[in-house]
Ligand binder design. Structure first.
Ligand code: 5GP
Ligand code: MN
Length: 332
């Protein structure tokens, strides 16, 4: 017996009616696209094109990691709009607010009909039709609920599985429910190979990526009696190694599993004097609330923000918020 899908039938009918009626469809996700964002965008595109191969579907994302390039239609991803005409239908996937669409927000706003699919608790709802479920592990899980199981091809299944794997940290975060495992089972029956997706897109590292991981761990610093750990990579070091932000995936996870740590911070310098901060919690700190104080967001145990300043000041500004929450000691 499988857990029931959480869907509003009327909303789903409208979702498919709008796809049917639209001549020009666009799909976009958040800046700095992660596995769930890429899986959702390519999964939805593949699903639509499987139903009607003649549909015009454009996907707009910032450049994606090489490791996601094997997914079907990854070669359709654009950064620039090919013409001036607005879209009939525009999907925003895995974005807590329209600003997260970055440069693609303007076109999204111009579209005749906008659909938002997302699982961030902070999402207030935007667009003409919304599918927001903060209990869903991932945007890919919500898409699975919307899709007809029999219409999910192997290629779509690979995308959805990828998104679920990445947002659950390979089926280990607190968002890994019975339903998640059942969906994964259905996707495996569609032909998805867990060993391939998990190793190739999650664990596999290039030699340089391993070196930078080692360096970040070696230079990490414990604060507050070992309850906080942080590490940072400067732009000049990223340039020295010739790496981009995607090469730093996994650093924050390794910091988080350090014994005794309640909250991990990892900073990398996007442009000089500006750092992307990733925050992870082991349960007693709501990192989304902390990230929101710095203009960011995310989930209770995984959040992020972008902050101006130097590493010392940024860490000194963030840690009192963590300390305050730890004093209250309420499990999240
Ligand atoms: P990561 O640290 O892996 O970049 O992000 C962890 C989570 O926080 C993801 O769910 C991501 O969408 C969210 N997140 C990261 N950076 C930001 C940000 O600047 N703004 C918002 N609203 N969410 C963010
Ligand atoms: Mn997500």
């Amino acid at each position: 017996m499988t857990s029931s899908k959480k869907i509003n039938r009327q909303a789903v009918s409208l979702f498919f009616r709008k796809i049917k009626e639209a001549d020009r469809i666009a799909i976009s996700g958040h800046i700095n696209p992660d596995g769930d964002c890429v899986g959702a965008c390519l999964g939805l595109c593949t699903y639509i094109l499987d139903l009607d191969p003649a549909k015009k579907v454009d996907i707009f994302l910032e450049p994606i990691s090489e490791k996601f390039r094997f997914l079907k239609h990854a070669d359709k991803i654009l950064q620039e709009k090919p013409d001036e005409e607005p879209y009939d239908l525009y999907f925003s996937l895995d974005c807590s607010d329209p600003e997260r669409l970055g440069a693609f927000r303007e076109e999204f706003e111009k579209a005749e009909f906008k659909i938002c699919v997302d699982h961030h608790i902070s999402n207030q709802g935007f667009g003409d039709l919304t599918f927001i479920d903060a209990e869903a592990s991932s945007t890919c899980e919500i898409l699975y609920d919307i899709f007809e199981e029999k219409e999910i091809s192997f290629d779509t299944a690979q995308c959805l599985y990828l998104g679920i794997v990445h947002d659950t940290g390979v089926f280990k975060h607190s968002n890994t429910t019975r339903k998640v495992m059942e969906i994964a089972g259905v996707l495996i029956e569609k032909g998805v190979r867990p060993d391939f997706i998990i190793d190739e897109t999650f664990y596999k590292k290039t030699y340089i990526q391993n070196q930078i991981l080692g360096r970040a761990l070696m230079e990490s610093i414990l604060l507050l009696d070992g309850k906080i750990i942080f590490s940072a990579i400067k732009k000049k070091d990223m340039d020295f190694y010739g790496i981009e932000s995607g090469d730093l995936d996994g650093v924050i996870d390794q910091l988080r599993v350090t014994e005794g740590v309640e909250c991990a911070l990892f900073l990398y310098e996007k442009v000089e004097g500006q750092f992307k901060v990733s925050l992870r919690s082991n349960g007693n700190v709501d990192v989304r609330k902390i990230a929101e104080n710095f203009g960011g967001g995310g989930h209770v145990r995984a959040a992020g923000c972008t902050v101006d300043g130097n590493v010392r000041d940024i860490v000194n500004n963030i840690t009192p918020f963590i300390e305050q929450q730890l004093k209250q000691e309420k499990s999240v």
